[in-house]
Ligand binder design. Structure first.
Ligand code: HEM
Length: 491
């Protein structure tokens, strides 16, 4: 009996101790919804993180904490909080958390660009990548012929469908991947090239597997459950195959490298190495492998998915499509699209931006992590905190975008029908030191692909098809659910 009483006392004391510790621990973070033991707020997020965050923003304000299982994450909502953190305190808010899956995919954690923690190695690697991306025309006039060529091939692929219903996702992925391949690998692939199609399919599989294995980032221990272990294995297998492809291409470059003839971004990195770049040459070979893989992965499905959303919203908004056609007919006619003509196509450009607003492909950006304590909108955030910049909250903020679910490109135009010089609450490429490295390239691609397609086709839903679902699927990018469209040639 005495033993039992002692046990009760010990357990009660332990429970009180854990409760007090928990309360103290939680007080270190901004307030947020009540979290359940073990699962935290994960169950509450099931209906769709971006929708649930929108409700919680109304309740808890622009800076709140959610518990991803045992891990606190501070969600930044609205442009004031996001800009104050990522831009004004960019030196504190620009690291990346150490995620279990990243550790499995990127063998030498901390190398490359996207998953690398903030610090001199990441800064130098990013700077060199940007220098060579720019040197090979990313976001510049000199890359236009390459993108236009891809756009023309894409037009042909769409024409070959002869007005029959098809899913545009794979051809869009191939086209966008070819642009980044030209810049990074110095080569493009035919739409029917087996090796390339395999790589693109592999990448799609990798994106899907990665999304379905996200639970492992919260509870790595789940890898011992066979069904989850299989998902992890799928992520690792796909990742390893993409990696092998990249290693092979880098090896081919090493064998033919000529410092007097730099052909692409890979050669650019090899030149830095050759010239003894102090930071890069001290990094292991994995750095260049990871950089090239990051650029390829980040540079293909992002642009392609944005174009998919744009086409989906156009088939659902025929009046917008008609206005785009009229503008293209008047200002471009049958000329080849060019960035130089963008100023003459404000409604077309506004339509692209509206697609990026209404369906961000990265609703919660890529996770950040703080490297020191900071205060955002009066809330204290400790060092080492997992940060989710909620870009969706900016793009759906009714203060800036009344009736935010309405697709209306005129939001981006001024009273004279020209592109508004400044856009509030719109950051599809994020902001601060970690902002998208491919922003300029992506803007060129989006404009040239979109204009080329709309110049040539009228897009419609297949006869009798139900109104498509625009809720989207969360993966590494937020993409539309599979859908089919018909492309009818205009000439
Ligand atoms: C419409 C197309 C695109 C969108 C909407 C987009 C959006 C984003 C966003 C939201 C981030 C996270 C920024 C942050 O952590 O704060 C990001 C990171 C990144 N993006 Fe893009 N992106 C696009 C296209 C591209 C392209 C074409 C490239 C190819 C060069 C690229 C390369 C990268 C890289 C390397 C990073 C990681 C940057 C770092 O961690 O320092 N992106 N992008």
């Amino acid at each position: 009996m005495a033993m039992e009483s002692l046990l009760v006392v010990v357990l009660t004391l332990l429970a009180v101790f854990l409760y007090v510790q928990n309360v103290r621990w939680k007080r270190r973070y901004p307030p947020g919804p009540r979290a359940w033991p073990i699962v935290g707020n994960l169950r509450d997020l099931a209906p769709g993180q971006h929708r649930v965050f929108a409700e919680w923003r109304l309740k808890y304000g622009d800076v709140f904490t959610v518990w991803l299982g045992p891990r606190p994450a501070v969600v930044l909502n609205g442009q004031d909080a996001v800009k104050e953190a990522l831009q004004k305190h960019g030196d504190i808010f620009s690291s990346r958390p150490d995620l279990f899956l990243w550790g499995k995919i990127i063998p030498t954690r901390g190398k490359g660009i996207t998953a690398a923690p903030y610090g001199p190695e990441w800064k130098e690697t990013r700077k060199v990548a940007l220098t060579w991306l720019n040197a090979f025309g990313a976001g510049k006039q000199s890359l236009e012929p390459t993108i236009v060529q891809e756009a023309q091939d894409l037009v042909q692929v769409f024409k070959d469908k002869q007005g029959q219903p098809f899913d545009p996702t794979v051809p869009l992925s191939l086209a966008a991947s070819n642009v980044i391949s030209s810049v990074v690998f110095g080569r493009r692939f035919n739409h029917d090239d087996e090796r390339f199609s395999r790589l693109i399919k592999l990448q799609n599989r990798y994106f899907r597997a990665n999304a379905s294995a996200q639970a492992l980032n919260v509870y790595p221990i789940l890898r011992h459950i066979p069904s989850i272990r299989r998902k992890l294995e799928e992520v690792v297998t796909c990742s390893e195959e993409i990696r092998s492809f990249v290693i092979e291409v880098i090896q081919e470059h090493r064998e033919t490298f000529d410092p007097n003839n730099i052909r692409d971004v890979i050669d650019g990195f090899l030149l830095e190495e050759h010239q003894g770049n102090r930071i890069l040459s001290e990094l292991p070979e994995d750095n260049i492998i990871n950089v090239i893989r990051n650029l390829f992965v980040a540079g293909s499905d992002t642009t392609a998915t944005t174009l998919s959303w744009a086409l989906l919203y156009l088939v659902m908004n025929q009046e917008v499509q008609r206005k785009v056609h009229v503008e293209i007919d008047v200002s471009l006619g049958k000329q080849t699209p060019s960035m130089l003509l963008r100023d003459y196509l404000p409604y077309t450009e506004a339509t692209i931006r509206e697609a990026q607003r209404i369906r961000s492909i990265a609703p919660s950006s890529v996770p950040h992590e703080t490297t020191a304590p900071a205060t955002i909108l009066g809330h204290q955030i400790p060092a080492g905190t997992f940060i989710l910049p909620n870009l969706w909250s900016l793009h759906m903020d009714p203060k800036f975008w009344p009736d935010p679910e309405r697709f209306d490109p005129t939001r981006f135009l001024d009273a004279d029908g020209q592109l508004a010089p400044r856009t509030e609450s719109f950051l599809p490429f994020s902001v601060g030191p970690r902002r998208c490295l491919g922003e300029q390239l992506a803007k060129f691609e989006l404009f040239l692909f979109f204009t080329s397609l709309l110049q040539q086709f009228t897009f419609k839903l297949p006869e009798g098809a139900p109104t498509p679902d625009t809720e989207g699927i969360f993966g590494l990018v937020f993409s539309p659910k599979p859908f089919k469209i018909c492309a009818f040639p205009r000439y």
